[in-house]
Design a protein around this ligand. Sequence first.
Ligand code: ADP
Ligand code: MG
Length: 380
Amino acid sequence: MKEIRFENVWKSYGKTEVVKGLNLTIEAGERLILLGPSGCGKSTTLRMIAGLEEITSGDLYMNGQRVNDVPSGKRDVAMVFQNYALYPHMNVVDNITYGLRVQKVPKEEINARLDAALQMLKLKGYEDRLPKDLSGGQRQRVALARAVVKKSDYFLLDEPLSNLDAQLRVSARKELVKIHELYKQTIVYVTHDQIEAMTVGDRIALMHEGKVQMLDTPENVYHRPANIFTARFIGSPPTNVIDVEYQNGALKIGTQTLSLPAMWAKQIEQSRASRFAFGIRPEHLEMFHTPKENALQGTVKYVENLGSSYGVYIDLQGHEIIAVSEDKQWAEGEAVYIRPILDHIHLFDRDTTDSIGYPSELSSNHVERVIVHEPEHLLL
Ligand code: ADP
Ligand code: MG
């Protein structure tokens, strides 16, 4: 089993703790995304797997073997670095095959793997070029090719697409998924981009300040966020989260009341939390120009053009709420009535910031596949 397992792993630089008690099992053959804001410890975690950073305490296992003291060269990993790290004086072929030649892989085998990689990554015709004579996208494909020809069991990628323009990023993501379907390596893929995480990942480990906030499928990370950080990090514009009071089956939001279905009232009454925060995604708010049952009244502050839709910023008794509307007929200062779609609400313990969970009546088949909308012209 080519799984990777962190057991209570800590990493510090001097007094600065960067990874704090990481417990994480990456299953053999899966595509695991390490997602999180800049500085949260993603690259450090990846580099510990690669054997490029020492582990301060705790244990790291690969394929069942403790590898804390196993040097990088003995771990059978292929890594794609953010800056590609190509050898500037070597042409494309030499860059791709250098590692294999050092390992004394037989020449015919090298040529066969090279040919397949050039083909797959559309690098035919560029064999003799130096990195400086390639575009960013081509360099990135050379870095991927160099990793692919190693045929390693573990494929580690650190923000591999971040230097590409949007169009190339979409096609490179697809290439990557294709490579994985062919070789079924265990992939650990670092990114700060949630769309990349959603489209490439079998599972996402969302990190913040050296800790995993949630580890789950893209669907669950979106529909069932474990805490407020996850709810707000995933999705754009971010989930609205506001402080509320619970009273007799309803939420008090300022002086207004939102009635809850019985299953949610039960969920709240059974939870250990005493203070609550209410979460709703901008895409899960219905908007009306006139009063409606169970809709909250606010005032339009401003409207942002999101391309295919509009982000409407609403003042709800001092809380700023964002809603997404297909309709642009919203004027600054106008009254607006917003109604949360009750199948899509979230409730959090305001003190721990953890989710209070979801009613069992909301069956898991309610968690539909998350569809990430790409601008049409980017779909090659
Ligand atoms: P990410 O990849 O999520 O952006 P990193 O893992 O690169 O984050 O870094 C996590 C934290 O560790 C950052 O605050 C960074 O400044 C710090 N850090 C990384 N490498 C070193 C180092 N060699 N010495 C001291 N601090 C470091
Ligand atoms: Mg990084």
